[in-house]
Design a protein around this ligand. Structure first.
Ligand SMILES: [Zn+2]
Length: 243
C-alpha cells in the first residue's frame, strides 16, 4: 500500500530524522491496513500537534482507514484553545525547571519526579491538564487529549513557547502560587497571628528591616517575600510578555 501525505503548518519540522525534512509531498509505503492517526503518528507527529485532516480534499476523521493510493493532507493546530478555558498544566519528569517557572508566573502546574508516563497521561486525561513534554511517545498515548511537544531546550524559551502558544500573557499572576508545591499562596498581613507565629521566624532580620509584603504556603509552611528575586521576576515577566 502506498499513500501520499502533505504536511502543513510547520508539522514537517516534527518528522523523525530519517523521514527527511525537505520536499513535498511524502510518499509512504506500508504492508497493512491502518488508520490515518496511526500513520501520521508513525511519522513522529503526536496527535496533540495536528488539527484538521483532509482525504482527497475532504475533511476526514483520524480513525478513518487508509486505502491504497490515498492522498492525505494534515494541518497544524491553528489557534490552540485551553481545555475548558483553563490553563492547567502537568510537566513530565524532565521539565522541572519549566514547571517551577510556570508556577512562578501563577499557573497551576503539576510536577512529580516519581510519576511515570502512565501516571502523567492518566492525570492529564482526568483533570483536563495540558501535558508538557519533549517525549513524542508520551503524547501519542490515546488517553492524552491535551498536550504539547516542547520544542525548545532552554527553560526561558520553553516558558515563552507555552505562553505564546496559548496566549497566556494576560493571565500571568506572579507570587500567587508556591513554586515548590503548586499550592495557592496566602498574602499575610504583618499584624496577623499567622505572620507572627509562622512567617516571622522564617524571615532574616535584614529582610524584615525593609520588606512589608509577605506570602505564605500553608502546605510547605514556607514564607516568600519580594526580595531581589522579585526584580528578576518582573524583568522575566516583561520579557515573556514581549517575546
Ligand atoms: Zn508550597
Amino acid at each position: 500500500m502506498k499513500v501520499k501525505v502533505t504536511l502543513h503548518g510547520g508539522l514537517r519540522d516534527l518528522l523523525y530524522e530519517d523521514m527527511g525534512k525537505s520536499g513535498e509531498p511524502i510518499f509512504i509505503e506500508f504492508p497493512f491496513k491502518r488508520s490515518i492517526k496511526d500513520l501520521i503518528q508513525s511519522l513522529g507527529i503526536p496527535h496533540t500537534e495536528w488539527g484538521e485532516i483532509y482525504l482527497w480534499g475532504k475533511r476526514a476523521h483520524p480513525w478513518e482507514i487508509i486505502n491504497d493510493g490515498d492522498f492525505i493532507e494534515v494541518f497544524g493546530v491553528p489557534d490552540p484553545s485551553l481545555p475548558l478555558g483553563n490553563a492547567l498544566f502537568i510537566c513530565d519528569v524532565h521539565l522541572r525547571k519549566l514547571a517551577k517557572r510556570l508556577r512562578l508566573l501563577g499557573f497551576d502546574t503539576l510536577y512529580n519526579p516519581e510519576w511515570d508516563d502512565g501516571d502523567l497521561a492518566a492525570i492529564s486525561h482526568e483533570q483536563n491538564r495540558i501535558l508538557l513534554t519533549r517525549d513524542r511517545g508520551l503524547l501519542m498515548r490515546n488517553s492524552v487529549n491535551f498536550g504539547h511537544l516542547i520544542h525548545h531546550i532552554h527553560v526561558l524559551d520553553q516558558v515563552s513557547e507555552v505562553i505564546n502558544r496559548w496566549k497566556l500573557s494576560k493571565l500571568i499572576k506572579p507570587f500567587s502560587r508556591c513554586i515548590l508545591c503548586n499550592h495557592i499562596l496566602d498574602s499575610v498581613p504583618m499584624d496577623s497571628y499567622l505572620f507572627e507565629n509562622r512567617c516571622k521566624p522564617q524571615i532574616p532580620p535584614r529582610v524584615f528591616m525593609w520588606c512589608t509584603e509577605y506570602h505564605y504556603c500553608s502546605l510547605c509552611d514556607k514564607t516568600f517575600w519580594k526580595g531581589t528575586h522579585f526584580l528578576k521576576l518582573k524583568e522575566f515577566c516583561t520579557w515573556v510578555e514581549s517575546s
